[in-house]
Design a protein around this ligand. Sequence first.
Ligand code: ZN
Ligand code: MN
Length: 499
Amino acid sequence: MLSYEEIIEKYEPALGLEVHVELGTKTKMFCGCPTEFGAEPNTQVCPVCLGMPGALPFVNERAIESTILIGLALNCSIAPWSRFARKNYFYPDMPKNFQISQYDEPICTDGYLDVEYETPEGMKTFRIEIERVHMEEDTGKSLHVGGATGRIHGAEYSLLDYNRAGIPLVEIVTKTVLGTESYAPQIAKAYVKELRDILRALGVSDVKMEQGSLRCDANISLSPRGSGKLGTRSETKNVNSLRSVERAITSEMHRHAQRLEAGERVVQETRHFQEDSGTTRSGRSKEQAEDYRYFPEPDLLPVAPSAEWIEQLRAQLPERPSAHRARLQQLWQVPDKEMAAMINAGVVGVVEETVAEGADPTKARTWWLGEISRVANEREVEVVEMPITPKDVAEIIALVAAGDLTDKLARQVVEGVIAGEGNPAEVIAARGIKVVSDEGELVAAIERAIAAQPDTAQKVRDGNIPAAGALIGAVMKDTKGQADAARVRELLLGLLGQS
Ligand code: ZN
Ligand code: MN
């Protein structure tokens, strides 16, 4: 079996990413039903989204506006005229037997998104070209009951919930991405992350991958170097976390390489990512576009946004996340390398929020990049998913600044908050954490240290200040790290005639 390095030496990876994002509109794409997540099954439905005979759809204006905003943010051209199309297929979660989508006349085309990624050779920008951004509607959800896996296979019966049927979806499709080389899995993840940040900044979606409001289909193929043509791709569907995007692509690269090395063909098919094993399993063989018998949707008017409206929306675009980060870097005076580390760790946003809560930027960065990132890595979750908030971190930083916590105690508080013991105040109370600031207690501990190490004490009296370190260490140990080291040093040097 080839190692990852050997795979890259022999084969060139080509990526293709399709992201579906549920818009945060109050009502559905083609009817007035509400869209809130988590409602009782089949309570947010009407004749239109249930596909009853005679029911006619009408377009949600806010959804079109959101889609144009997305297109503009991704540097796309906005079509002055575009149309909806019917994508015909049967699936029980789709009551009309067709999905209203856009086919050969999408609303946004030919854009790009620049993704920054820190490689061992320094920060690099990868331009991901966007082929199209189009509007469609989501399907309902099937729930398979009675089987061991929750999948249809082995289930006794299935339930259908049409609340999600007709929720506005925007599909963002890249062109084939070449040139990411060994970074293909990381660039794919960085792209989805950057896209998520942009969508969040636009306010068009809550972009919660775990709730499915942002889902990624990851296409990958390998072609022998120098062959001059693309390999056969596989498409891993509905990957629902950033980490899984990276893992799914890595796993597929290994699987493709293994088949190609064995002289076997890669089958063009959809696959499903399995969180537990980190691998994919076969879904269905991939349909061709012709199979869907697309035709223009006869029940809806074409979408023809005026140039004026488009320019109005362009003027509303928020600061681009990359520009926003550059501004923060300048404001916080962060060196390039540190900034890159923050971007890769996904902590820029939380650091910004911690600073907004009054914390010093350097301290905020140290906590998020250090202790909190370390535990997030151990738990294999994103830093932002850690159960500690920017407000908690800012509070802890303030307590250290006020001398109420030492750095060491602050780490214990962070640890407690992450362990789910409550907010910083609750952790401090529950664990009985407090700085020994009682001077009498400190002096007694210092006197004990001097008595235990008379030779060292004499050295300090004779002017060898660095020798005080051993005594300070002994005091810190004596007080179980709960003393303020700077104050101990001050008192100790005073007692030994060196202040
Ligand atoms: Zn409806
Ligand atoms: Mn789609």
